[in-house]
Design a protein around this ligand. Structure first.
Ligand SMILES: Cc1cc2nc3c(=O)[nH]c(=O)nc-3n(C[C@H](O)[C@H](O)[C@H](O)COP(=O)(O)O)c2cc1C
Length: 206
């Protein structure tokens, strides 16, 4: 399936048939998610994978009873990872292990640490923005592998953090329900191009 077909046929499925997706296909999807770009390559996110057959009643309740939670195969919980200093450290180690000269690995990590220090109160919001790029890979990736998905923000992050026993540094920000949809795509409703794209006046760029 080419990218044009993926983005034009993907839709947010509201209900799934409950059958488990093959584990190998889900692994392939996780690798597509893993390839998502992030600023400074810090990869400030983690995804909790809830497999088929797991108890979902409390998770559904904390998502306003949305049918996707209990009818999907795998439920992915995308969490922003705010332990950014640890990630900078890991990145430096991996750069070195990958053969980068010590000085350039240290320079890069110092730049990343400077960026992190400048985030201040914006640390979580920044990590969340990176996390949504991974979510995008997930929803388009699912379609590319021939199954369906629904991105979801309609849940209580604090309740999910508690139910899943997450440390404070991991903050749930979106769900991705995966499976085989039983509903049909609705016609796409998108704003017109002129409502979404602006041509910058030449004077503003001079
Ligand atoms: C970040 C995000 C959160 C969403 N949350 C929900 C949700 O909680 N429940 C739901 O049914 N759909 C949810 N959606 C799906 C949107 O309603 C859907 O993507 C939008 O209406 C466009 O439809 P389409 O994806 O089928 O083209 C969400 C989508 C995004 C991107």
């Amino acid at each position: 399936m080419d990218f044009v077909e993926i983005v034009t046929t993907r839709y947010a499925a509201k209900r799934f048939d409950g059958t488990p997706l093959p584990a190998a296909e889900v692994e392939r999807l996780l690798d597509l998610i893993r390839m998502a770009p992030t600023a400074y390559n810090l990869q400030p996110w983690r995804v909790v994978v809830i497999p088929p057959g797991s108890e979902r009643a409390a998770l559904a309740e904390a998502a306003w009873g949305q049918a996707q939670i209990e009818s999907c195969s795998h439920l992915l919980v995308f969490c922003a990872n705010t332990a950014l200093e640890e990630l900078a450290q890991r990145l430096e180690e991996r750069l070195l292990a990958g053969g980068a000269p010590a000085e350039s690995a240290a320079d890069f990590a110092a730049m990343a640490r400077g960026w992190i220090a400048g985030l201040g109160e914006g640390r979580l919001a920044w990590a969340q923005r990176q996390t949504y790029l991974a979510l995008g890979n997930g929803l388009n990736g699912a379609r590319s592998l021939g199954f369906d998905a629904c991105p979801m923000e309609g849940f209580r992050p604090a309740a999910y953090a508690e139910l899943l026993g997450l440390p404070e540094t991991l903050v749930p920000c979106a769900l991705l329900a995966l499976g085989r949809a039983t509903d049909a795509p609705r016609p796409k409703l998108r704003f017109r191009r002129d409502e979404l794209f602006l041509s910058a006046p030449a004077a503003a760029l001079a």
